[in-house]
Structure formats: C-alpha cells, structure tokens
Ligand binder design. Structure first.
Ligand SMILES: [Zn+2]
Length: 92
C-alpha cells in the first residue's frame, strides 16, 4: 500500500506513521511523523524548517510494516523512554 513518508533533512531517513496514534522519530531524532493514513502530521527540530522536510510516497507491504514495528519495538525496549501502551479507542 502507498504510504506518505517524510525524509529527515539531517539523517536522510524516510519515516512514516503506521496509524493515527503512531508517533515516530527518525534515527537522529530531528524529524517526527504522526497521523498514519488519516492525516499527516510532522515536525522537525531547529535549525531545520518544515520546508526542508521532503514528503514522499512510498510503497509499503504489510510485511514491511510488521518488520518496522518489530525493529522499533526492540529499539524502544533498549532505550530509556517507554511509550505507554496504546489503547484502542471506541469507534467514532
Ligand atoms: Zn533524522
């Protein structure tokens, strides 16, 4: 499926959000993305500006999504910051 990704102007890594509550940083923690398929929200740390962030469409398979999820989950376990478990919201 086609996903909207943003490329960090610093580490040049493209990141994307899997779903609405999936907030992600790039490797160097300069750029973040959020919002999944529903909307695109991203930001970047100074000295970069939003205009420096390249927005691109990437083709991602379900498999890749799972892989990325696992990789990031491992990283989070090793990291200092713990994210609270996502809670499922009732249907709107
Ligand atoms: Zn980066």
């Amino acid at each position: 499926m086609l996903r909207t990704a943003v490329r960090c102007p610093s580490c040049l890594i493209a990141i994307f959000s899997r779903d609405r509550h999936d907030f992600r940083w790039c490797e160097c923690k300069t750029t973040f993305v959020d919002g999944g398929m529903d909307y695109l929200r991203f930001g970047v740390e100074s000295p970069f500006k939003l205009e420096d962030v390249e927005i691109l469409k990437i083709e991602v398979s379900e498999e890749d999504l799972e892989k990325q999820k696992k990789t990031l989950a491992q990283k989070e376990d090793q990291g200092t910051r713990r994210r609270p478990r996502k809670r499922k919201k009732a249907a709107e």
